[in-house]
Structures are given as structure tokens and as C-alpha cells.
Design a protein around this ligand. Structure first.
Ligand code: DGL
Length: 283
């Protein structure tokens, strides 16, 4: 058995990298749905359908657990699939399977609180607001998941989400450094203007953006902490596997990279991030 990792494209590799480092012996199958990428500008039903199709492919490839290494799929599709599709699909497959998202661990890391914790609203005066900027796809921004879930837990954190409609597509296409940096700078400037000052912390709330994390660091106020979604996800998966021994991660260190798009090598931005060549097979 193996762990499946799903994203619309190469962005999920930023999470995958951490998972592979954390679980070197586990077997992994990565699926990039590149024929449909980017998904962050699509409507909700399309995102649900594409996420379900990706999970089905990964379960068919022998995975028991699928990690949605995609904020858009986690924000829009995960709950729907867990409630309306997975229970029946488990019966069809005749084995335990599950799908995990990456927003819960990210919010836990951002709030410093376990997911189960919901703050009591005591109406205390908040002395100092911690301003958190979240950069995301339009669909994740529309879901308001980061604002809603952080606000439930921490009244001293104010969340400002900045949708970046073109950035995932540009990263997917291997756009040049100048073009990427200009776009990142424009979004950092836009959210800073909206807030009225620089954010105190930031979340790169689309897994593609981690590939250009240095550009975000350069555009943000020097030293602005970035909450590291790949690390938070790896920690959450370790905790989940420890609690759920029924999901087997495999032990032969298998690495399979599948794409619904063009098989073969990925562009230089991806290889630089990954630290070596990466060849994808046809899904
Ligand atoms: N990498 C994805 C995310 O974290 C999706 C990007 C896209 O396909 O628009 O949201």
C-alpha cells in the first residue's frame, strides 16, 4: 500500500518533498492533474469533480490514504467528499481508505492551537492584533476558510486573504523569474495597502507558491515569518498514521510520479525546487 498525494499540478510537490523526507521508507504515488490545471479559478462543482477523480486514480493505484496537497481542493472539495462520497466508495473498494487535507494542519500551525479548540468569546479587549496575510487562489479566497476558522480560534489574529489569480498558472507554465517576482510584489503590495501596514506573518495558501517562497520573502517586510504548510502537513500525517495503523504507508521507498498531462521531465523551476530531475509517467 502507498500514500497518494494529489494536486492540480506541480505545486503539491512542495508538500510531497517534506513528506518524502519525513517518511523515507514509505511508498508514495504523486498525481498531478496537469491537464486540468490550474483549478483555482474554477467553480466549486468542477473542483469537487476533479478532486474526486484524482482520489479515485490514486486509490486505484494502490493508495489507502490520499493527501490533498492543494489548498483549493482541501477548501472546496474535502468536506463534501468525506461526507457524501467516501463512505460509499469505501464499501465499493472493500478496504479502509481516507482523504486528508492541508488546511487543518496549516490553521493549527498558524493559531498554535489544536483543531478541536474553539475560543470562548469573552469579549475581552484585544490589546494587539496579529495581522496574518494569506496568499491563495481565487477559489480558496472565496471559501473564506482561513478567515472563518482562524477567527473561531483566535480573536487576536486578523486574517487578510489576497487572491492571486494568475500565479499558480504562471508557476505551472514555468514563467521567468522577473515575471514571477513582479506578480508576487504586486500582490504583497496590494494586501499591504489594504491592511494599511505590513502583515506580521503570512501563509502561502496555495502549494504552488512555496516554489517562489524566496520571492515572497523578498517582497514582504524583512523577517516576516511564513507559516510552513509542508512542514505542518508532514507533522499532521505523522500524527495521523500513529493513530491509524489500519492505513499502511508501505515500506519499500517507492516513488511514482503521475500526470494527466504531458509525461516526462518538468521545467527548471520545478527541478531546482526538487533538487534534481523528476520524470512523470502518464496517469
Ligand atoms: N496548488 C493548488 C493550491 O494549493 C492549486 C492551484 C491551482 O490549480 O489553481 O491551491
Amino acid at each position: 500500500m502507498a500514500i497518494g498525494v494529489f494536486d492540480s499540478g506541480v505545486g503539491g510537490l512542495t508538500v510531497h518533498r517534506r513528506l518524502v523526507d519525513r517518511f523515507p521508507d514509505a511508498d508514495f504515488v504523486y498525481l498531478a492533474d496537469q491537464v486540468n490545471a490550474p483549478i483555482g479559478g474554477r467553480d466549486g462543482e468542477a473542483i469537487v469533480d476533479l478532486t474526486r477523480a484524482g482520489c479515485e486514480r490514486l486509490f486505484a493505484a494502490g493508495c489507502d490514504l490520499v493527501v490533498l496537497a492543494c489548498n483549493t481542493a482541501s477548501a472546496i472539495a474535502l468536506r463534501r467528499l468525506q461526507q457524501t462520497w467516501l463512505p460509499g466508495y469505501r464499501k465499493t473498494l472493500g478496504r479502509p481508505v481516507n482523504v486528508l487535507g492541508i488546511i487543518v494542519p496549516t490553521i493549527e500551525a498558524a493559531t498554535g492551537l489544536p483543531w478541536e479548540h474553539e475560543a470562548e468569546r469573552r469579549g475581552d479587549k484585544v490589546e494587539k492584533l496579529d495581522i496574518l496575510a494569506v496568499f491563495s487562489t481565487p477559489a480558496t479566497a472565496r471559501s473564506r476558510v482561513y478567515e472563518i476558522e482562524i477567527d473561531k480560534r483566535r480573536q487576536d489574529v486578523a486574517v487578510f486573504v489576497e487572491p492571486c489569480p494568475e500565479l499558480a498558472r504562471m508557476i505551472e507554465a514555468g514563467a521567468g523569474a522577473v515575471e514571477l517576482a513582479t506578480t508576487v510584489e504586486a500582490h504583497v503590495k496590494a494586501v499591504t495597502t489594504r491592511i494599511g501596514r505590513a502583515p506580521d506573518r503570512a501563509i502561502l495558501g496555495c502549494t504552488h507558491y512555496e516554489m517562489v517562497a524566496d520571492m515572497f520573502r523578498a517582497a514582504l517586510k524583512p523577517g516576516t515569518p511564513l507559516i510552513h504548510q509542508p512542514q505542518a502537513t508532514a507533522d499532521a500525517l505523522a500524527a495521523y498514521l500513529a493513530k491509524h495503523p489500519e492505513y499502511l504507508a508501505g515500506d519499500s521507498g517507492g516513488r511514482t510520479f503521475l500526470t494527466t498531462g504531458k509525461p516526462g521531465a518538468q521545467h527548471i523551476l520545478v527541478e531546482t525546487f526538487w533538487g534534481g530531475p523528476l520524470s512523470f509517467e502518464q496517469a
